[in-house]
Ligand binder design. Structure first.
Ligand SMILES: NC(=O)C1=CN([C@@H]2O[C@H](COP(=O)(O)OP(=O)(O)OC[C@H]3O[C@@H](n4cnc5c(N)ncnc54)[C@H](O)[C@@H]3O)[C@@H](O)[C@H]2O)C=CC1
Ligand SMILES: O=C(OP(=O)(O)O)[C@H](O)COP(=O)(O)O
Length: 340
């Protein structure tokens, strides 16, 4: 039997998580919650996704041609877990309902860490999340940093990490953002990313600085790591390539030297919405000097946390006992790492 799951908050992250759930052999998307009828609910309805709305709001949806499958109460009565992908801070408010109903819930990176029992990264602490009722999947930049750091730590050893995070200003669908400036985010050190990494790796020595630039496509990280022993570029590439969640691109050889070209590459490969689930590391931008390692990676903010959301559902519901077990399924179904 498939595990019944709902998605509450159908925006950038929620719609992608919902689509991924629908593809998984062990999960069933019972429905999504919508509060107001907009273009995204019309598309979801046409795709056959069951739409649940607050009691009394059915008529507003019917006016735009969407027949709800039932009320939010009915949906929550039929699932084991809710993925809460509402805007940052709203998940904590929604949690009251999940607690009252005894439902497990996933929260996203915009929530404060204390909303959940554990902050989650598949490659770092999958087992810690096993059977937990409330799990927070850390944000996009933190997910990418943690994948890199935990993998390098397991194979080579990480003494400390420093990162400059060049953040996209807004998502492509948004009509807001900066136009002609580079903004300190925040104007102090560390940015919230180091603090967030420490919710998963409390003992790590890490500092981060973040800047916002006028782009919507991807974030870019310049990461300096001191390893516990001397390493080499070949060993670093081999380590990073051991997971499909990180792709090492021979950028210079194939002419990919910008986020716009990565996006075009993903579009040419037929990735839906150009979603890039992987950390994209430039092979030519890896530099090693004894125990000093520099890596530059690009992060597609809209997509990178989707595999981790699926893994976190499996951890909460104990559908897979190890990171390897869940990743085998998630990565194959979502084609993470461009296996096919
Ligand atoms: N957009 C991004 O690049 C990433 C976002 N996140 C995190 O994911 C979460 C969701 O962010 P986005 O998908 O970008 O937001 P979004 O604004 O695109 O989508 C949020 C959706 O929730 C709905 N909503 C509003 N109030 C609600 C409530 N009280 N209960 C349920 N739904 C409600 C909105 O109508 C909207 O459809 C946040 O915690 C964010 O920090 C994490 C990684 C990347
Ligand atoms: O999780 C994200 O960024 P973060 O890792 O910098 O917190 C997403 O890109 C959301 O960022 P936003 O808070 O600018 O919408």
């Amino acid at each position: 039997m498939k595990a019944p799951v709902a998605v509450n908050g159908y925006g950038t992250i929620g719609k992608r998580v919902a689509e991924a759930i629908r593809q998984m052999p062990d999960l069933e998307l019972k429905g999504i919650v919508k509060y107001t009828p907009d273009y995204s609910v019309l598309v979801a309805y046409r795709q056959g996704i069951p739409i649940y709305v607050p009691k009394g709001k059915e008529g507003v949806f019917e006016e735009v041609g969407v027949k709800p499958s039932g009320t939010v109460d009915e949906l929550f009565g039929s699932v084991s877990l809710v993925v809460d992908a509402s805007p940052g801070g709203k998940g904590a408010q929604n949690k009251r309902v999940y607690v009252e109903r005894g439902l497990s819930a996933l929260f996203e990176g915009g929530e404060s860490p204390d909303v959940a029992e554990v902050s989650f990264s598949t490659l770092c602490n999958y087992r810690q999340a096993l059977g937990k009722k409330y799990i927070r999947v850390v944000s996009c930049n933190t997910t990418a940093l943690l994948r890199l750091i935990c993998l390098l730590d397991r194979h080579i050893g990480v003494r400390k990490a420093r990162a400059v995070i060049v953040r996209r200003a807004s998502d492509p669908k948004e009509d807001k953002g900066i136009v002609n400036t580079v903004k300190l985010d925040p104007p102090s050190i560390p940015s919230h990313h180091a603090i967030d990494v420490k919710t998963v790796l409390p003992d790590l020595d890490i500092e981060t600085v973040a800047l916002i630039v006028p782009t919507t496509l991807m974030h870019v990280h310049v990461v300096h790591i001191q390893t516990k022993r001397s390493t080499s570029i070949d060993e670093v590439v081999e380590t990073l390539s051991s997971t499909p969640r990180i792709v090492v691109l021979e950028g210079a050889k194939i002419g990919i030297d910008s986020t716009s070209k990565i996006v075009e590459f993903a579009r040419d490969l037929g990735r839906k919405r150009y979603d890039i689930y992987e950390n994209v590391v430039w092979r030519d931008m890896i530099k090693v000097n004894g125990d000093e390692l520099t890596i530059v990676q690009a992060v597609h903010q809209e997509a990178i946390v989707i595999p981790e959301n699926i893994d976190a559902i499996r951890a909460a519901l104990r559908l897979a006992e190890s990171a390897e077990e869940t990743m085998r399924v998630t990565d194959k179904v979502l084609n993470v790492g461009l296996q096919r």
